[in-house]
Design a binder for this molecule. Structure first.
Ligand code: ADP
Ligand code: ASP
Ligand code: MG
Length: 839
């Protein structure tokens, strides 16, 4: 058998006969492709009950202790009856033997009135000894050749009862010698987690939760291909899910990240779990035995910082702070070394240390149970320094907890510590001490214990951990959600693809379209929609088919749904780009801005509609530190909004903006001048893609009116209704094109007369928008042929800004202002402006 996997089942996963049967299904499936070694914890709560029985015994409560043992014995025999209705006599005998031994042990404790760590371990290990018997039965019932194996016959440790240390290569050899032959014989060893054998043959335990460690110790010793830790949650969460309900499963962790998290209190993995597997790079997966289809968390060698420096927050309770204070310590070498040495001699492990930069204090955090011995040891060590006054006092403050922010990405991202402090400061949580390891893998903070849950929640939110981890390693992502997949949307997709290299070279960013919506539904892939899917979507839309018909599309008419779904993931520099002409965008924009996403719009409706909504959008952008850009709403790619913003930003005041803001109408007006009929000119404009999807939006002047409104609002002019005179009535909108052309033909002669009349007085017709503090006027106007607007040709736009500073000679922006590519370019320009801001 070449491939071997180790599967460890935690307490709740072996909590009942039914659970064990489900575990047996999991193991049977895995055993099809690999040799399996199983490690099991005691049934849920059994270790706690054994501890209770042991303490009852030492308190002299024989009855209570024996009752506890009897209850455990019954729970196991009842489970056996379910697992093997036909009976497994040997197992029944073994269970009753363990129960007898337990009775004798607690009897002895009652008699002696003493519970040594050695006896305690012997008692505690019995939980696992019973559970493996049952799990092995469940496996045999599934036809597997399972053999129960007590690790206190081969997993060699030192004699630190309660927290024993495996004996490295010696243990590896004895573990392999016990397990390998069984695997080779096609058997499934079912090993007790948590316990080992000390130098004199006594049973030892590896510390609470130690079965995880047993699993990886075995995996390391037999060079297993993989370890799976089956527990009762879907994996390692971004915080303890009981404390922070919005915590998410972390898809992948580096060994060091996992080790750090478990060291700082993430109970899901025992503190030392990663040690035996790190060197060989054996992957460890944490999965939910209650939900085996969930992928779980993979811990391996990979380094995937993503764009999010912190992967998870963990917390340790029950600590005390010990401070050694004194000005005489400054500059004296060796104080910290003496502190550590004297504590290490007494086997007190320090959870955190921090030294003030003035060197006048050293703060240690130790488990509260160790605080008195630690203070006593320090007072003894520094007796002379205390008497000389070099050290003024050693102070113990109980009721402290630690919160750790863990992630390898912190090493490369400035400002993480700043974010930690500002988030905690805003929540009015007081940091007592801080330490950051030199590896920058972790920032740990000592905080008053009662504030720990709130600190965990605050930091979790500050680092966006409530959002789903995409698993994508994209610290340099520029994640684009596209609303609209019409001609402009499709042009933008291809421009983004063509500009990939430029964007990377210029901004160091990788632009990815992660979501794409039309009015029927959306496609979403938080790691980026592949070029193939984008191509498929573009082809679909070009053929007039809805996105919702594509496989994997989520049907919805509300773009806010796409924004919500996309922003449920932890994205990198998310930007919502609206290239639709939907009316419902303001809500989508708001939701995006409120949730940390920038917005670019070529869609005028959200900014030209209800004034209150316009104001709310800009106010929300400002209050949430987001960017809202709208260059392509006026003059396509021309820097019209940009120029206006520049004027305002430099303290200028706009007096008037006047111009031709419609490429379509500009094109039509020029065509009329050369004698082309209106109806003919409109046909050509539609064919060239110069018009809005509904040409009546152009001809009625409504589109220009929207642009004028946006300019007026952005220029901060008093709100005004537009006085609009269109070429055709607005209520023609929605007419089929052929009907529209017929109606236009009826207007051809009249239009021709107007053009001739203007020409007779040396003027030409232009469709002009005038924006001033006193009003907004939009409609056809006769202007001198030799004026700037009169000289304008074809679909070019022109806008003439008159301001306090540009009064005598106004500022003119002119150039191509319509067409699919230039509009997409305007949008791309806004996206890149945001990229520049966000690098
Ligand atoms: P088992 O008995 O399977 O070993 P444990 O109770 O030891 O399970 O560990 C799983 C529990 O750890 C979860 O039920 C959860 O409440 C708790 N926990 C604490 N922190 C985390 C975290 N960051 N991710 C997942 N679970 C956590
Ligand atoms: N049964 C032991 C405990 O509860 C070990 C383990 O479950 O990993 O701590
Ligand atoms: Mg555990």
């Amino acid at each position: 058998m070449s491939r071997v996997e180790v599967h460890k089942f935690g307490g709740t996963s072996v909590g009942s006969a039914e659970r064990m049967q489900q575990d047996a299904d999991i193991i049977s499936a895995a055993a099809k492709d690999a040799g399996i070694c199983v490690v099991a914890s005691a049934m849920s709560k059994v270790t706690d009950s054994l501890i209770d029985a042991a303490y009852a015994a030492v308190d002299g409560d024989r009855r209570g202790a024996l009752q506890g043992i009897a209850a455990l014995a019954t729970r196991h025999t009842e489970a056996l009856a379910i697992l093997a209705p036909g009976g497994e006599d040997q197992v029944a005998a073994r269970l009753s033997h363990i129960a007898d031994e337990l009775r004798e042990l607690v009897g002895a404790v009652v008699l002696l009135g003493e519970l040594t760590p050695r006896t305690r371990d012997r008692i505690l290990a019995c939980g696992e000894k019973m559970s493996i018997q049952l799990l092995a039965v469940a496996l045999r019932e599934r036809g597997l050749d399972a053999v129960a194996l007590d690790a206190d016959t081969f997993l060699e440790t030192d004699d630190q009862f309660g927290e024993a240390n495996p004996l490295g290569v010696v243990a590896d050899r004895t573990i392999a010698a016990a397990i390998q032959p069984l695997l080779e014989a096609g058997k499934v060893p079912v090993v007790t987690g948590f316990c080992g054998i000390g130098p004199d043959g006594a049973t030892t335990t590896l510390g609470r939760g130690g079965s995880d460690y047993t699993a990886t110790l075995i995996a390391g010793a037999i060079s297993a291909a993989e370890v799976t830790i089956w527990t009762d949650v879907d994996g390692v969460f971004s915080a303890d899910p009981r404390v922070e309900p919005s915590a998410r499963v972390v898809q992948q962790l580096n060994y060091r990240e996992a080790a750090e998290l478990s060291y700082y209190g993430a109970k899901v993995l025992h503190q030392r779990t990663m040690i035996p597997v790190t060197q060989q790079g054996i992957p460890v997966r944490t999965r939910n035995s209650f939900n085996p289809s969930a992928p779980g968390t993979l811990v391996d060698r990979r380094y995937t910082p993503g764009s999010h420096p912190v992967k998870a927050i963990s917390a340790v309770h029950g600590q005390s702070m010990v401070s050694i204070e004194g000005k005489g310590m400054a500059g004296v070498p060796g104080v910290a070394a003496r502190v550590f040495k004297c504590l290490a001699r007494r086997q007190i492990s320090v959870t955190m240390i921090s030294q003030s930069s003035s060197e006048s204090s050293i703060t240690l955090v130790v488990p509260s149970a160790d605080s008195a011995p630690a203070a006593a040891a320090l007072k003894a060590e520094f007796r002379t320094d205390l008497s000389h006054g070099d050290i003024e006092e050693i102070v113990v403050s109980p009721g402290v907890g630690l919160v750790a922010c863990v992630g390898l990405g912190m090493a490369h991202m400035p400002g993480v510590a700043g974010k930690v402090f500002s988030a905690l400061g805003q929540a009015r949580l007081n940091v007592l001490a801080i330490a950051q390891g030199s590896s920058e893998l972790n920032i740990s903070l000592a905080i008053s214990e009662d504030q720990i849950p709130e600190a965990v929640r605050t930091l979790h939110h500050a680092f966006d951990l409530h959002r789903q981890d995409t698993g994508a390693d994209a610290p340099d992502g520029l994640d684009i959600m596209l609303l609209g997949c019409g001609k402009i949307g499709r042009a933008l997709i291809s421009q983004l693809q063509a500009q990939q290299d430029h964007i990377r070279a210029r901004f160091g960013l990788q632009a990815r379209v992660i979501a794409l919506a039309d009015r029927t539904g959306y496609l979403l892939d938080p790691t980026g929609l592949s070029p193939d899917r984008l191509e498929e979507a573009s082809t679909q839309k070009a053929a007039g088919q809805p996105l919702s018909a594509l496989s994997g599309a989520v049907p919805t008419e509300d773009p806010a749904h796409m924004v919500e779904a996309a922003l449920g993931y932890r994205l990198s520099r998310p930007v919502l780009v609206d290239v639709s002409d939907a009316d419902v965008s303001p809500e989508a924009f708001l939701s995006a801005l409120q949730r940390g996403c920038d917005v670019v719009t070529a869609n005028k409706k959200p900014l030209a509609g209800d004034l209150a909504k316009f104001e709310k959008l800009y106010a929300t952008a400002a209050s949430s530190g987001r960017i809202l850009r709208a260059e392509a709403t006026v003059g396509a790619g021309l820097p019209v909004v940009d120029t206006l913003e520049m004027l305002l930003a430099t303290g200028d005041t706009l007096q008037k903006a006047e111009g031709c803001l419609s490429g379509t109408l500009g094109y039509l007006m020029s065509a009329l001048e050369t004698g082309t009929k209106l109806s003919e000119a409109v046909r050509t404009a539609v064919d060239l893609g110069y018009t809005e999807p509904d040409p009546v939006a152009d001809l009625s002047g409504v589109d220009v009116a929207r642009k004028a409104t946006i300019l007026s609002r952005l220029a901060d002019l008093p709100p005004m209704e537009v006085q609009l005179t269109g070429l055709v009535p607005e209520d023609w909108s929605g007419l089929p094109l052929d009907d529209l052309y017929t109606r236009l033909e009826a207007m051809d002669a009249d239009m021709n007369d107007k053009v001739s009349a203007a020409a007779a007085s040396g003027e030409v017709l232009r469709f002009v928008a005038r924006v001033e503090a006193t009003g907004i006027v939009v409609g056809p106007a006769s202007v001198p042929k030799d004026s700037p607007l009169g000289g304008l040709q074809g679909s070019d736009n022109m806008i003439v800004f008159t301001s306090d500073r540009y009064q005598d000679r106004p500022l003119v922006v002119s150039g191509p202002g319509a067409g699919i590519d230039v509009t997409a370019m305007g949008v791309l320009g806004d996206i890149l402006r945001i990229a520049a801001e966000r690098t």
